[in-house]
Design a protein around this ligand. Structure first.
Ligand code: KG4
Ligand code: ZN
Length: 336
């Protein structure tokens, strides 16, 4: 049984997992604390994690009906993410592990999003193609084993979730932007405004979202504040359609290039309804199995960190006492 901790961004998360089984998965969202800023403020996030991490860990153990006596190792997100936020999780994990002389398992956050697919219900076994689209990252991962993935393509500028968040702010919608845009778009026409679908003629598997964001800035300028208010739903729907089209186009291209039998989605943007529908259609068309994890496992959570930790190297006590979080890059053994 593993205790996992995730504090890389603005959610304080702890979970207890036993193999592919989730015994508890507690998430304390700080979204309300950052809403007024239209994005995550790193200092605010770190201070909230500090207050929340101990009660969240206790809640995770309590909900699992477990005590630290049942825990064989402590897993923790070591990076990438906000360094102050990560340090809270890593220090907490090291503290608990050291007090109990337990091993520590540092986990790469992106490998965590991939590993969410290894969890129940219906665990997916490699090999599969995984699109990870979150607030900080957008990438296509070729998953051939449990330990890591091959990076097939990634964003050259903004992440898909970041584009949702920045565009929602521009449209006067709330934070986080993805769900706010999706809700607003339900009342809008996705073809009302022509938005650029970047990289569609580029033969590679990389993504780009900054041009789309700039296009939206220009549309908003042309419309003026009243025009934006009147056409908000159309703007949201057109923006969302362009993001979904780019993600689906690249996924389709990756499927054509490889011999993949299954597709999985991960990261917060994978909660997006129209994206799920577009990918489902694509998979049906190509006769490929589609694995959609529950939305609670798409957005940041600690169960996925526990899932990745099952297949990651353990560091025995006391060798991890000097171990540090990292803001960017990869842990050894994550991507390969
Ligand atoms: O994976 P995640 O919880 O945190 C990071 O690792 O970044 O992803 C958060 C991102 C945010 O940018 C949020 O706006 C986006 O996921 N998101 C969505 C939806 N729900 C969350 N984007 C589009 N549609 C959604 N329904
Ligand atoms: Zn994430």
């Amino acid at each position: 049984m593993l205790l996992a901790i995730e504090t890389s961004c603005d959610d304080t998360c702890a979970a207890v997992v036993d193999g592919a089984r989730i015994l508890s998965n507690v998430i304390s969202s700080q979204a309300a604390a950052h809403e007024g800023f239209g994005g995550v403020v790193p200092e605010v996030a770190a201070r909230h994690h500090l207050e929340l991490v101990a009660p969240v860990v206790e809640a995770a153990l309590g909900e699992a009906g477990a005590t630290l006596d049942d825990i064989e190792a402590i897993a923790v997100t070591a990076g990438p993410g906000l360094i102050g936020a990560l340090l809270v999780g890593v220090s907490t994990a090291k503290g608990i592990a050291a007090a109990r002389r337990l091993p520590l398992i540092p986990v790469d956050h992106l490998q965590g999003h991939v590993a969410a697919n290894f969890l129940e219900p219906e665990p997916l076994e490699p090999q599969f193609l995984c699109l990870v689209a979150s607030g900080g990252h957008t990438l296509l991962a070729g998953v051939r084993d449990h330990e890591g993935y091959e990076l097939l393509g990634q964003t050259l500028d903004d992440a898909a979730g970041e584009a949702f968040d920045k565009s929602a702010r521009l449209l006067g919608l709330g934070y986080p932007g993805g769900p706010a845009i999706q809700r607003e778009a339900e009342q809008g026409d996705p073809e009302a405004f022509e938005m650029p679908v970047a990289m569609s003629r580029n033969p590679g598997l990389d993504f780009s979202f900054s041009g789309l964001k700039t296009a939206l800035v220009y549309r908003c300028r042309e419309l003026g504040p009243e025009g934006v208010a009147a056409r908000r739903a159309d703007l949201a729907a057109s923006f969302q359609a362009a993001v979904v089209e780019q993600l689906a186009t690249k996924l389709k291209r990756a499927l054509k290039k490889g011999d993949w039998e299954a597709v999985a989605l991960g990261g917060g943007v994978a909660a997006n309804g129209p994206l799920r529908e577009a990918v489902a259609e694509l998979c049906e068309e190509r006769g490929v199995r589609l694995k959609l994890v529950p939305i609670s496992l798409c957005t940041d959570n600690a169960a996925m960190i526990g899932a990745a930790a099952r297949h990651a190297p353990r560091i025995e006590y006391p060798d991890y006492l000097g171990y540090d979080a990292f803001a960017s890059g990869e842990t050894a053994g994550a991507a390969h």
